[in-house]
Ligand binder design. Structure first.
Ligand code: NI
Length: 172
């Protein structure tokens, strides 16, 4: 997608193309040019408009390894080409939702603490140790870059039941 185009959030089952975009492993950003300032600004705008805390490239039709988070107001964070380099052994359950699956919420088990390496929109590398909600949202968004949705982390019966209800609601 050209950054001049209007960005929009893709939701599951809105079209076969959107589903494919959400289910594709995203590609590495080759060069973090000045256009990434505008791209991330647009992503933050969609995030705030939708009252979300994290949004990944594939969710806005960008097949590249980028996501933004804003867990605490006034603490926007950009992650380009991120790698989760460490996770705690201790895991915990917490209810997650996703802007690409409106109305769906479920408890997901994940490591409680992580270490992530990435680049920001200015092309500066950083390493971040995160815990709590920030650690969770980073893992959720990082999954999007692999074409993984949070419902994929649930047991198969739970996932099937959620998808059945989601499908029914969408098509009624
Ligand atoms: Ni999501």
């Amino acid at each position: 997608m050209d950054s001049a185009d209007e960005m929009d959030i893709l939701t599951l089952e809105s079209s076969p193309e959107n589903d494919a975009a959400l289910r594709t492993k995203a590609e590495k950003v080759q060069k973090i040019g000045p256009e990434y300032k505008k791209i991330t600004q647009e992503m933050f705008q969609l995030l705030r408009d939708g009252k979300g805390i994290g949004l990944a490239g594939p969710q806005v039709g960008r097949n590249e390894r980028i996501f933004v988070t804003e867990v605490d107001k006034d603490q926007p964070r950009v992650f380009i080409n991120p790698t989760i380099v460490g996770t705690s052994e201790e895991t915990g359950k917490y209810e997650e939702g996703c802007m690409s699956l409106p109305g769906v919420f479920a408890d997901v088990t994940r490591p409680l603490e992580i270490r992530v390496q990435a680049w920001n929109e200015k092309g500066r590398p950083f390493t971040l140790d995160a815990e709590g909600l920030l650690a969770r949202v980073i893992q959720h968004e990082n999954d999007h870059l692999e074409g993984i949705l949070f419902i994929d982390r649930l047991s198969e019966p739970k996932r099937a039941s959620i998808l059945r209800k989601y499908h029914k609601k969408r098509h009624n």
